[in-house]
Design a protein around this ligand. Structure first.
Ligand SMILES: *[C@@H]1O[C@H](CO)[C@@H](O)[C@H](O)[C@H]1NC(C)=O
Ligand SMILES: *[C@@H]1O[C@H](CO)[C@@H](O)[C@H](O)[C@H]1NC(C)=O
Length: 428
């Protein structure tokens, strides 16, 4: 490492301490450079460390600005209905333990008075925008309806694992390849093992997403909710319900299987073709009609395409797909204490494919006590069969005993009574 003889030009502005050549190492700076007597002599290695730290700090300071500008121009390219959707929701900061904090988008569609809260959990590559019509239809039936964008999808941020391969790659990209060499000199080995260990942790695992759901419920004070789990969100929704049964009033599975997402995430994972598909409105449209909904319209598909086109949008989806629990057992989960007592409903497309109908039969078999109904929509029925889906959810939720909300200590008893009075008139 010591025989590296780089040009000094980048050091002048960035390296704070003036490195001074040391006798046992090769000089880094030309001898005519005035040395500062107050500073301790520093070796070449230390010089690079200082340089690395200052460049690292600079890029740390600059990168939020740069990515903010990226985000800004991407946001301005979105159609007005997507921007309106964004303005009606909010970003909730999540603090997962081994990861860096990130923000999740959630939208709250509340009638003036309500007693029941529905929480929509969209599946892979899907988001709250896809449920926009269901959100407003449920609200007009007197249900408070909240939908969230899964981490890395829609308007939610991409969670990052500090020290993972992606993080190290970003650091090298930001700090230069010499930073990586210096890391190796400092630690004496290439940090493959540590990176690999960190890589095996996914911020999209069912337990991690379950934590995100809990944080959203807590932050928005949703209280006990009627979960509507769509598509591949099953394992994460299940994790949340099993961990916090007191926060769940009922569960509706909307064409939901843990390991069979409708969205063709594999196509996005193909190195060049994935990007081409995302760049081509007509190809993406055909793919969505083939895989998600036969009658989804072009503007809806365009919105989904534009949401995936943001920086790292498709990487979020591919990361999420990798973390799906393909061995999830519906029956085993349904038998758990706390989940056993939850009322269940299953809504299934009988108009999609034989394989999907078979999957529905299997789900009905796993949850025999659940209320099973077929519908005529596709796998993303929220886009093509809004009326039927909404009616089934409203029927099911209102057939259950009313939710008694626990009044928080902060709100006075009067307030609680008023809320309960209001609830009596909220339905029909
Ligand atoms: C995946 O599902 C199986 C069966 O339901 C369960 O035992 C396992 O813990 C799940 N894995 C994760 C990571 O949640
Ligand atoms: C699905 O339903 C539509 C409308 O009812 C019908 O026209 C179509 O033939 C059905 N497709 C299949 C595969 O059953």
């Amino acid at each position: 490492m010591a025989d590296r003889s780089p040009s000094n030009s980048p050091s002048k502005g960035k390296a704070q301490p003036n490195p001074k050549p040391e006798s046992r190492e090769q000089p880094v700076l030309p001898p005519d450079r005035p040395s500062n007597p107050r500073r301790r002599p520093v070796g070449a290695l230390a010089f690079w460390t200082y340089l690395t730290i200052s460049v690292g700090l600079l890029s740390l300071l600059l990168s939020p600005l740069l990515s903010q500008r990226d985000q800004h121009s991407w946001f301005l390219s979105l159609p007005p209905d997507l921007r309106l959707h964004f303005s009606q929701g909010k970003l909730i900061k999540i603090h997962p333990s081994p990861q860096l904090p990130f923000r999740v988008f959630a939208i709250d569609s509340s009638p003036a008075e309500f007693s029941e809260t529905v929480l929509l959990l969209p599946g892979l590559a899907c988001n709250s925008f896809s449920f926009r019509h269901v959100l407003s239809a449920l609200r007009s039936c007197g249900l408070r309806t909240v939908a969230l964008d899964p981490p890395g999808s829609g308007f939610s941020e991409i969670p990052r694992v500090p020290g993972g391969l992606e993080d190290v790659f970003n650091q090298i990209r930001d700090k230069g390849i010499f930073w990586a060499f210096d890391q190796m000199v400092e630690t004496g080995h290439a940090p493959y093992e540590e990176i690999r260990a960190k890589e095996s942790f996914s911020p999209y695992g069912p337990a991690e997403i379950g934590h995100v759901i809990k944080e959203v419920v807590r932050e928005m004070n949703l209280g006990p909710v009627h979960l509507v789990i769509h598509d591949s969100m099953l394992a994460s929704g299940a994790n949340f319900a099993a961990s916090y049964p007191s926060l769940v009033r009922s569960v509706t599975l909307l064409d939901s299987a843990a390991g069979l997402p409708a969205f063709p995430y594999w196509a996005l994972g193909i190195p060049v073709a994935g990007r081409l598909i995302l760049k081509s409105p007509s190809m993406f449209f055909k793919l969505m009609r083939l895989c998600c909904s036969r009658s989804i319209d072009m503007p809806a598909v365009e919105s989904q395409r534009l949401l995936l086109l943001r920086k790292d949008g498709s990487r979020g989806v591919v990361g999420m797909a990798k973390a799906l629990n393909y061995s999830f057992d519906l029956r085993e989960w349904k038998e758990l204490d706390g989940v056993k007592e939850m009322p269940f409903q299953l809504l299934w497309s009988n108009n999609w494919s034989d394989r999907w109908i078979e999957e529905g039969r299997r789900a009905a078999f796993a949850v025999p006590e659940g209320k099973f109904s077929y519908h005529l929509g596709g796998r993303w029925s929220q886009e093509d069969n809004i009326k039927e889906i909404t009616e089934r959810i409203v029927e099911f939720v209102t057939s259950l005993p009313k939710t008694i909300r626990k009044v928080t200590k902060e709100s006075s008893e009067d307030l609680g009574e008023k809320a309960l009075e209001g609830n009596d008139h909220s339905l029909h």
